[in-house]
Ligand binder design. Sequence first.
Ligand SMILES: [Zn+2]
Length: 494
Amino acid sequence: MNLEKRRLRRCVTGLLLALWCGLTSCTLQPVEALGHTAIANQRAAMHTSAVNDVQTSNTSPHYTIIGTVNPTTRTLSATQTVVYTNRTATTLTTIGMRLYANLTDVGGRTTVTNVRVNGTVATPTYGPQRFFLSIPLATPLEAGKSVSLSMGFTTTAPTNTDTNLFGTMVSDGTTLSMPYAYPMVAFLRGGVWDTAIPDSKGDIVTHEISLYDVRLTGPLTGYTFVSTGTTTATTKTRNTQTVQIYSGLQRDFAFALTKLTKKSQTVSGTTINVYGPSTRVAVTNAALAAAVAALPIFNSRIGQYPYNELDIISVNAGDFWGIEFPGFVLIEQDQYTNNPNFEHLIVHEVGHQWFYNVIGNDVQRDAFVDEGLTNYTELLYSQARNRPTAAAQTLAYWRDDLAALRAAGNDAVVDQPMSAMTDDQYTTLTYNKAALYIHAVRTRIGESAFSAALKGYYTASKYRIVDGSGFRSAAETACKCSLTTLYRTWILVP
Ligand SMILES: [Zn+2]
């Protein structure tokens, strides 16, 4: 069964600033690439085998966020500085940012104040739904140059009373879930800022691998911060706790403030934390067991998970089944039952850490790139656990689902924007036909080359944004053959 399908049924992150600028790089002109300390701090979130990956990333966007979280008002109030380096060949005259909370489908609100470029006040303009924020640059940003953008912001999450919302940013009374709660640098597609309102039948965030240095303050009693990355220090006052978080190289930053209790296990050098309802401890343990089993399988078959932590947290959003964020997975609380698909739901979202997070893609234009391979991780998991019946059922489901789409006369090109597909086309083509394409590659090139292709793809595409040619090239390198016709048959034509 396709485990994210339900996401579609809904139809599927003044004075203080002056002080802040005095303490950080945002008054420096020109802005220098990130310093040694800023990079070194990020090592704390990386797996021991990957700590040196951050050394080569001093041109990645670097976010510094200092804020206060209030679960009663469902708000994050913060200051943010982004050191952004123009890694394109195009001179930029604006910096685009996205305020995901403002999307009608997300149903929250982000307000931005006191925007400054290299310390000088700038006046941004907004696009529809106040989603896209365009910040003018008085001095155009040439290729290879960096700029410091600072601002204050407040983000408010909706409650879980409207099940027509996307459901990811939500307060359910136990957990305040805050993905994409900060102003995020927009996606530059071919040197042009993507200003479009995302289609929310699937994932909505395409973002460069970035480094996050986040300090959050919340209530002392009853709550735990859960987030992308690793908390390296917690300080407490009589009423508050403050956590210092470093993300390492992650594609986004999500966090939650929760009353849920934690079950943890460390496997292959990565600590997995699962937060579930106290009334469903057995299911929480089952989620932990599935993630603990999946992670080393994917380490072995694809490549090492490069972080030292992965968090899985349940939320009562009343909508999606599960959704991935970097190092942070949300699972709908209703799924914490004896649903036989629960194990594969966990495995799927864990698989996304390889395909979506470490290897990125344009999720609106090329959703099949991560969903097809992530779907395929479920098959890899069943096979690695020596469950041939489950593997056969997964394959049969994909084939039956595609056959049904074809019987209805709705088969179509896989490599097309999500917005051009119907809901049925999106799930069948993006998840299942794309997974069958991966299986067709495996059948064509054989087990040995397929194993090399998975590893080669990971090595070549790690921390990048790629399209469908990435895996195809890796497979062609592995088999020393051409897959042009096979790719065309499965991906480029109906
Ligand atoms: Zn998925």
